[in-house]
Design a protein around this ligand. Structure first.
Ligand SMILES: [Zn+2]
Ligand SMILES: [Zn+2]
Length: 135
């Protein structure tokens, strides 16, 4: 399976080869702020599965680390601002693709939710295999 996706303005497109390792909903505060939505939906894949066309702008996200150490590089279209991928700095070779940017959403089926501690009170999820207060 080859999935394709793009940012809102179309300057950034990408392909994702093969199945994602896992599909996860993230309720964390930073995903809410970056997306402007209530949560993010993420396809976790190997870096080798992902290929991008166009240039991404990077913001180094320290999470809530008081030392300011970057834990996730959040990469987005510098023209329209759509978040495309996040790259965790501690886990080599993994990319997290923002599922809202896929061309075909019919393949998206989350099995994991994380950072439920930050979940907005009105959000109810279907029963997922894994549910964690934090990540
Ligand atoms: Zn764009
Ligand atoms: Zn998050």
């Amino acid at each position: 399976m080859t999935l394709t996706g793009r940012c809102l303005c179309g300057q950034v497109t990408y392909t994702l080869e093969g199945d994602p390792l896992v599909t996860a909903v993230c309720h964390c505060d930073h995903c809410q702020r970056q997306s402007g939505g209530a949560f993010s939906v993420n396809l976790v894949a190997r870096e080798t599965q992902f290929a991008v066309n166009g240039s991404l702008t990077t913001w180094g996200d320290p999470g809530d680390d008081p030392t300011g150490t970057v834990h996730v590089e959040r990469k987005f279209c510098g023209n329209c601002g759509s978040p495309i991928i996040s790259v965790p700095t501690g886990r080599d070779g993994v990319v997290i693709v923002k599922a809202g940017t896929l061309d075909d959403h019919s393949v998206v089926s989350p099995t994991v939710e994380v950072w439920c501690v930050d979940r907005q009170p009105w959000v109810t999820m279907p029963e997922l295999a894994v549910s964690k207060d934090r990540e």
